[in-house]
Each structure stands twice: as structure tokens, then as C-alpha cells.
Design a protein around this ligand. Structure first.
Ligand code: GLN
Length: 422
């Protein structure tokens, strides 16, 4: 167990994780006035270990977004760049959690990562973003987006700090039957040392910025030279279908999960019930008024995918891609111990550029993070210096087999200790 000095125990919590103090509004106008009567299991466990909730943080509505621009409560600016530079996005959807850690306001923040929402903002803001194996942390009290993907994750200034919080929060929770009952310390004690690092050949895509590619190569070179690790090229052919499959599956899950926000079960009401012409009218006017555009897009896509006649060709195909990808990654881990790749293909875009990006281009920001969410694997993003041109931070991702989170943490620490060009 990594011990922490008492003064560093302030923690910020993303607005989709239930806390008795502060808002749990999920970045949505629908839940603007909502405060939770209970703490999420992860929050409860942190409190029991002396952590204190310092802030609740802004986010893309219900976790849907990659830039931090889709919140009913305003957008988040990346604090890692100086005030003279053009403002850049902080990344999403845990935009506020990344920003408060990067700005030094708190050493630690909780976020949620469905397809990259902890890792992407961490990379864009120059801090550590740790997504554990699916099920390591309880989801009880985390507002659902896509339940078979959702993970609570940690944003921190160091891997040690993130790992210390993970250890306090982990463990089975009877209120979340997908939470794992694993002896994490024994997993680590029984494991063999990391020797082989895998490089997925399909991850070399034309969208990868040259500066990011150079940084990736430098990392591999240093891992080989300084730590005598073997670097192996591996193939994961289904990686290319991951992004499309991810967005189909999460939209389908989101359409079901978000159907509860209708103003009757949950959420604000746009008028007194008697002013509506029946339930349908009431639901549709509440949802039209209070849900943001990106959430509406997901719900419409999701319901389309789930509709009769489309289910087989979209949903089941995407589910098959998920199964195939998981299998290919499992096989790769018979040959290598961890994977190292960029967290994002490029640095954070300027806010102006990001506002004009098509939704599909925004989705593509997650090209390197969603494959491991589909497979439920642990993945940690660590900073690797700044882009020489824009000075924006860059991040590399370390991925390990399911339940071997400590391996990812180990290699993440090696990267963290390296010196990077700025
Ligand atoms: N950007 C991705 C999405 O919108 C990931 C979001 C997340 O991990 N919560 O689905």
C-alpha cells in the first residue's frame, strides 16, 4: 500500500458521481437542482480513509463528449497552457476533474471513463489518468451512461497518488454485482515481472501527429535501453473497427439508461403536469427542453440501432466486434506483458477549432482509448512532455491484461520517471 501524507487528501469529484455535498448534476440542465442524498461507494470509501471532498467538477453532459464543451454549465478551458496561448479544450468528459488537478487546486480527482473520459483529458492537461479494469471499482452511485463500459477512474499528478486512491476504493460491493471480488495484492505478488512491451501495428494511423509518433518511439527506445524491456510488434486486426463498434454500443446502452430522465421519474419539469396533453407530450417537452444536442444525438442513434430490423445489423455486429477484439487482445497478451501507445493521436485542439468540429470527428478523438474500454482492460495515461510547436501536453497510454492493473501502473511509473523534450 502506498502511503500518502495527510495534507494531500483533498479530492475533487466529477458531477456524475453521487456525493452528499455539492451538485450531482451530470453537466445536465435536467439535473440542475439535483443533490444526492447518499455518497457513491467510491466516495464513501475515500471518506473512510480520511479523504475529503473539496470540489464537484464540470463535465460533458452525462459523460458524452471528448472536449468538455457539452455541459449545460459552460465549457472548461485547459489550464496547462499559459494565458497568452490560444485557449485549448481540457478534454472530456471528465474536463473539470482534469483541469482542477492540472491547475494544482487539488492533488486528486475522480472521473469516469466509459471510452476514454479519464485518459483523454489527462493527456490533454498533462496529468495522470488511471482507468482500472472494469469492475475493480464499484459503480454504485456513478450515474449510468453505458453500464457495460462505465468505470470510475482517477486523475492525479502522479501514478502513486492515483494508485493509493484506487487501493482504498477497490473491492467488491454488494450494491454493484459487476464489481469484482479479487485479491488485488495477491494478483500483484503472484505476477511475473514485466519483460515485453507490445506495439500494435494497426495503431500507426495516418491521423497520428508526427510529434506524437516521435514521442511514442522515444518512449519505446527508453524502455528498451534504460529498463532492458523487449519491444515486440503485435497485430490486432479488429482495432480498426473498435471506434464504430464502441459508438454503436454506448449509444444503445445510453438510449436505455437515459430513458428515466423524463421529468416524472427523474429530472426537471418544463411545466405543471396538467398543462400537458398526456404523458407523451410531457416526456417529449421535458426532454426537448432539458437535454443537450449531443445527448439527443446519442439517444436517437441508440434507439435506431435497437429498433427492429436494425438490431441484428448494427447492435449484434458491434457486439461481435467487441468479442473479437477482446479475444485478439487476450492473444496478444500471451506474447507481451503490456501495450504502450499514444493516448490521443494529437494534442488538445483549440476551443475555437473544437467548436466547429463535426460530431464524428469529435468521436475520433477516442480512437486509442475505446478499444481497451470495449475489452474492459486497465489503462493509464501518463504525460510525456509537450508538443514542440504548440506547447500543449502529450500523453502515452499503458495497457495491461484484465485484473493486472499493477502492470500498467509499473510501466506508467517508468514512463513518468523519464525526461521528455518540451
Ligand atoms: N468521448 C467518449 C464518448 O462520448 C467517451 C466518454 C466517456 O468515457 N465517458 O462516449
Amino acid at each position: 500500500m502506498v502511503s500518502e501524507p495527510a495534507h494531500s487528501k483533498w479530492v475533487a469529484v466529477k458531477a456524475n458521481i453521487a456525493t452528499r455535498e455539492g451538485p450531482t448534476n451530470c453537466g445536465s440542465a435536467f439535473l440542475a437542482d439535483y443533490t444526492s442524498p447518499f455518497d457513491a461507494t467510491v466516495v464513501d470509501r475515500l471518506k473512510q480513509h480520511g479523504y475529503r471532498i473539496g470540489l464537484k467538477t464540470n463535465m460533458d453532459e452525462f459523460g458524452m463528449g471528448s472536449f468538455g464543451l457539452h455541459s449545460a454549465f459552460g465549457s472548461v478551458t485547459n489550464p496547462a497552457l499559459d494565458a497568452t496561448a490560444q485557449p485549448r479544450v481540457a478534454g472530456g468528459s471528465s474536463s473539470g476533474s482534469a483541469a482542477v488537478v492540472a491547475a494544482g487546486q487539488v492533488p486528486l480527482a475522480l472521473g469516469s471513463d466509459t471510452g476514454g473520459s479519464v485518459r483523454v483529458p489527462a493527456a490533454f492537461c498533462g496529468i495522470v489518468g488511471y482507468k482500472p479494469s472494469y469492475g475493480r471499482l464499484s459503480r454504485w452511485g456513478l450515474v449510468s451512461y453505458a453500464s457495460s463500459f462505465d468505470c470510475v477512474g482517477v486523475l492525479a499528478s502522479s501514478v502513486d497518488q492515483a494508485e493509493a486512491a484506487m487501493q482504498v476504493m477497490q473491492g467488491h460491493d454488494s450494491r454493484d454485482e459487476t464489481s469484482l471480488n479479487v485479491d488485488w495484492a495477491a494478483q500483484e505478488a503472484q505476477d511475473t515481472p514485466v519483460r515485453r512491451v507490445g506495439v500494435i501495428q494497426e495503431a500507426v494511423i495516418h491521423e497520428l501527429a508526427p510529434a506524437m509518433h516521435d514521442r511514442w518511439e522515444l518512449a519505446l527506445q527508453q524502455l528498451a535501453q534504460q529498463h532492458c524491456l523487449e519491444i515486440d510488434t503485435v497485430s490486432v486486426p479488429t482495432l480498426k473497427q473498435a471506434l464504430a463498434a464502441y459508438y454503436m454500443l454506448v449509444s444503445a446502452e445510453a438510449a436505455s439508461n437515459l430513458s428515466r430522465y423524463n421529468g416524472l421519474c427523474y429530472g426537471a419539469q418544463s411545466g405543471a403536469p396538467e398543462t400537458f396533453d398526456g404523458f407523451f407530450d410531457m416526456y417529449s417537452s421535458n426532454r426537448t427542453q432539458y437535454l443537450g444536442d449531443s445527448v439527443k444525438q446519442r439517444i436517437m442513434t441508440g434507439n435506431h440501432i435497437l429498433s427492429r430490423g436494425k438490431f441484428d445489423s448494427y447492435y449484434l455486429t458491434a457486439a461481435r466486434v467487441r468479442a473479437q477484439l477482446t479475444l485478439e487482445l487476450q492473444r496478444v497478451f500471451e506474447r507481451v506483458d503490456v501495450l504502450v501507445l499514444p493516448t490521443t493521436a494529437d494534442v488538445a485542439p483549440t476551443i475555437e477549432a473544437a467548436r466547429n468540429i463535426e460530431p464524428v470527428q469529435e468521436y475520433a478523438t477516442d480512437v486509442y482509448t475505446v478499444p481497451f474500454s470495449l475489452a474492459g482492460l486497465p489503462a493509464i495515461s501518463v504525460p510525456c512532455g509537450r508538443d514542440p510547436q504548440s506547447s500543449a501536453p502529450m500523453g502515452l497510454q499503458v495497457v495491461a491484461p484484465r485484473q493486472l492493473d499493477h502492470r500498467a501502473a509499473h510501466v506508467a511509473r517508468l514512463l513518468e520517471a523519464m525526461s521528455w523534450p518540451n
